[in-house]
Write a protein that binds this ligand. Sequence first.
Ligand code: 1CP
Length: 353
Amino acid sequence: MTLPSDHPLMDGRTSGSPLITAYRSGTPSRRPVWFMRQAGRSLPEYRAAREGTAMLEACLTPELAAEITLQPVRRHGVDAGIFFSDIVIPLKLAGIDVDIKPGVGPVLGAPIRTAADVAALPELTDEALEPIRKAVRLTVDELGSTPLIGFAGAPYTLAAYMVEGKPSRDHLGPRTMMHADPDAWKALAAWTAEASGKFLRAQLEAGASAAQLFDSWAGSLGLADYQNHVAPASAAALDHVRGLGAPLIHFGTGTSELLGAMRDVGVDVLGVDYRLPLDEANRRLGGTTPLQGNIDPALLSAPWEVLEAHVRDVLDAGSSAPGHVVNLGHGVPPETDPTVLTRIVELVHSVTP
Ligand code: 1CP
């Protein structure tokens, strides 16, 4: 299966863009940069657009999701849009009782704790993903030569919310389940892999030029648990979109010890959080994998001179990798001054790629 001939990656709109070139270890015309959570609460235009609309409703209103996706591209001149949605949208579209509570995050009506709970999970159908395809089509029509990145939550991070029923710090629920009830865990990981895989595929087929799998909480796992209980499900999610020709990126936080295993699920690019310098990440990966990252979000509120020196360090360390896309080491904090992000984009674009 390939992408349609009028897809932005196939008709020449985005294939030569700095982002796609760097993801493919080529030589881009400038160092590409985008920010995780670039759409969202740091932008006054986002807060205005969202007024009176609940988070999940905003994600499922195609015109609004497209507009919110475009806002940071217009404002900052970043090298990619990241589709405005959430990792729990596939759950919602499957019919699961899930909501995003302001100031909290994803909350389920009933947590998924037993094999019977998993067996009762509804299937995510392709038809249910139509609002996603529509929003992506509207977005890429406006983006022109700027690529759109699609995304999904990786099975572990998604399952962590399903088992706990809400955000948690230590993710004890899923980590216990994978040992105490391995069959239930395997079934849950398989369900989430399919939901995330279908969500990714809908975005890529409708016009996204790359896709990122977010395993934000993988860092709570040791290497053995990651390899035995998680990596196969992440690989299964990606099986839905392999061979389409779109670069696949894998990101988690606290994953310095898991980088090789996360690359080995079969991705083109690794996102690195702020804890590990990119030259060391590159060394650990054998110098063959393009990297994305890793400005420390904490420094966005530091004096500009301090932040600028840090960004230049990230650019230097990133030069050691076969490709480098500048990003943060995790998402934009809501209280960030958006003019600082624009200034980072200008700085990154001013250096030789
Ligand atoms: O009302 C609001 O504005 C809610 C805040 C918000 C936003 C803007 C949530 C709730 N989700 C999002 C959008 C979102 N979520 C995007 C698109 C925007 C962009 O990147 O520009 C993406 C890629 C996500 C993905 C996401 N959701 C992740 C993975 C990325 C990461 O940050 O680690 C995770 C873990 C979630 C769960 C989630 N959704 C929302 C919150 C506050 C959380 C985290 C809760 C927790 O701490 O566990």
